[in-house]
Each structure stands twice: as C-alpha cells, then as structure tokens.
Write a protein that binds this ligand. Sequence first.
Ligand code: ADP
Ligand code: MG
Length: 349
Amino acid sequence: MQYRVALHDRVRERLDLKEATQKKVQKRWKTAGSSVIELLRSTRNDPLNYSRAESISSEISHASLYNSPKRGFEHIVNTLVEQEDMVGNGLVKGIELEFTNLSLTLKSSGKRILDNVTGKLSPGRVTAVMGPSGAGKTTFLTALAGKKSNQTSLSGKVLVNGKEDNIRAYKRIIGFVPQDDIVHGNLTVEENLWFSARYRLPSKMTEKQKASIVERTLRSLGLSAIRHAEVGSVERRGISGGQRKRVNVGVEMVMEPSLLILDEPTSGLDSTSSRLVIQALRREAKRNVNVGVVLHQPSYTIFRMFHDVMFLAKGGRVVYHGPVEAVEEYFANLGFSIPERINPPDHIM
Ligand SMILES: Nc1ncnc2c1ncn2[C@@H]1O[C@H](COP(=O)(O)OP(=O)(O)O)[C@@H](O)[C@H]1O
Ligand SMILES: [Mg+2]
C-alpha cells in the first residue's frame, strides 16, 4: 500500500512536470511569435530584411504547429536574434580619428612620452596598439580619448572625420575600458550592464531597445550563462577573472560607442578568454565601431585577429602603423626577417 502511494505521488509529480514544461514551451513560442511580428513591422520598408523576417515567421508557425522544440527551436530563435541584431542594433555613426605629430611631455621634468605620433584609427576596424612596457601606449590612447591631465602638455593635431574638432565633444560616443576594474562587485553580471545602459544610453530610448542591446552584449561576450551571478570582489569571490574582464568590456559596449578604447583587456587571461574578447570586438567593428586596443604580448593567433596594428617603441615613437597582413613584409624589407616558429609580435618588440 505504502509503495503504491509513493508510486502514485511520483506519477503525479511527473505529470505536473510535464505540464509545466509544456507551458514553458508554449510561452517560448509565444515570445518568438511576438518578436517575429515586431520584426516584420520594423522591416516593412526594407524589402530584403522583410523577406527574411517572413521566412522566419513561416518557419516559426510551422514548427510551433508541430510543437517540436527539437526541430530547431534554438536555431530559429538564434536566427531571429541575429536578424534583430541586424535590424534593431544596426550600424553606429562612424568616426575616424586622424592624428598628426602628437607629442606629449611631462610638465615637471620635460620628459617626452609621445614623440610625433602620426596615424589614424578607422571605423569598422580593430587596431592593436603594441609595444614594450612604458612605451606610452596607455598615455597615447588616453590622450586620444580626450582625457586631460594637468601634469602633461600635449601638442599636435587630431582630426575627427576630417575636421579639427575637440574630441571631448564626442564624449557620449566614446567608450573607454581602463586596465583597472570598473564593475560593481555586489551587482550581478546583468545588473552591471543594465546599470550602465540606464545611465548612459539616451533617455528617449525605449526599455525594449535597451534590453535588446544588453542581450546582444551578454551574448557577444559569452556571458549569458552567468548573467545572474554576482560579480564579486577580490575579498568575496564571484565570477572568474576572465569573465570579470568581459563584464568590464560589456559595461562600455552597452553604451553603443562609436569609438571603443580598451587598455589591455586580455592581460592575465587565458587564450580562450582572450579570443572571446577579441571576437566580440571584431563583431563591434562589423557594426562600424572604431576599436582601439592596447595589448601587451598577444599570441600569434590573437595578433592575426586585428585589422591594423601600431607598434610604439620606448620614448613613444611609432615603429609601424598599418594593416596586420603587411607587418611581416614591412620588417623583412627593412632587413629584419622573422625567424620561423617565432611569434612575430614578440620578435618585433
Ligand atoms: N602623469 C605622469 N606622470 C609621470 N610619468 C608619467 C605620467 N604618465 C605617463 N608617465 C610615464 O610615461 C611612460 C609611459 O607610460 P604608459 O603610457 O603608461 O606606458 P605603457 O602603457 O606603454 O606601459 C612611463 O615611463 C610612465 O612612467
Ligand atoms: Mg599601459
């Protein structure tokens, strides 16, 4: 008797669970359905994306008819989300930074930290600024981001989209990820991003638009699975160091910057984590963001993921500035060929 009661309970439990799962699945279909309707609406005047939205819509209604989450629910939602990325979070306003003869000296000692740095950072490209410790990499990107210091004096010209303009006027569209943490340890990963989105995105933007930016950022940085985890601090351990660094990047990514500058976002990270970060930055560049990254010693694989590179030597002089593909040939032509099995960035430095 005892046994049968137990069995009965278990059957009951199973049925309840089945019902709950079914409800959940239905809810997901409903969400997918309303997103696709939204997508159809927003692409009405855009024939190409509208026809894509239509095909997703028919796929969804077909799949939901047979209620087969296995038949690619993930796939459909992913496609949907990708489409939304394209439509809802389109290109940012591109800004190109061109700098000529940037020099920076310390007022106290007259010591020169940047020496006639000339070049440009382009929208849609990820530029790595590399060089030995103390070469002036941080100083250079900090100056470009328009952060003033009264201990130094800066000379030279910075053109924004070809115009001589004060870069500080662009503050709202410049994201800066310093080497040190800017995250709140007692908030979760998602809360950190929301905090930044609320505080820094235009207030006329709808909650839904903000949510879609936060979602895209979480996904792009591989943080979705730990979105509800508390970030923690040195004293109170939360997420891992690599994840924490990615949250720091995310905090600046959600403000939808046109220029995104990062100081050593991969230092101390293992290669998988580093790759995740740079991949996310490349995705940003696809949206026309201009990305500048200070790096200390990237592996060859990571190095090849950049579009442009700028090598700074000690004393803040530019040794090379141009596309990554042309680096090896450039140095070979100068008579410095890179031995096999040696990491070119290591060798050049
Ligand atoms: N405000 C400052 N006061 C004194 N020295 C500075 C200041 N800013 C930079 N420096 C010096 O300039 C050099 C370059 O610094 P930095 O840009 O941080 O190099 P990197 O980021 O390439 O390691 C270092 O020797 C540093 O000590
Ligand atoms: Mg530095």
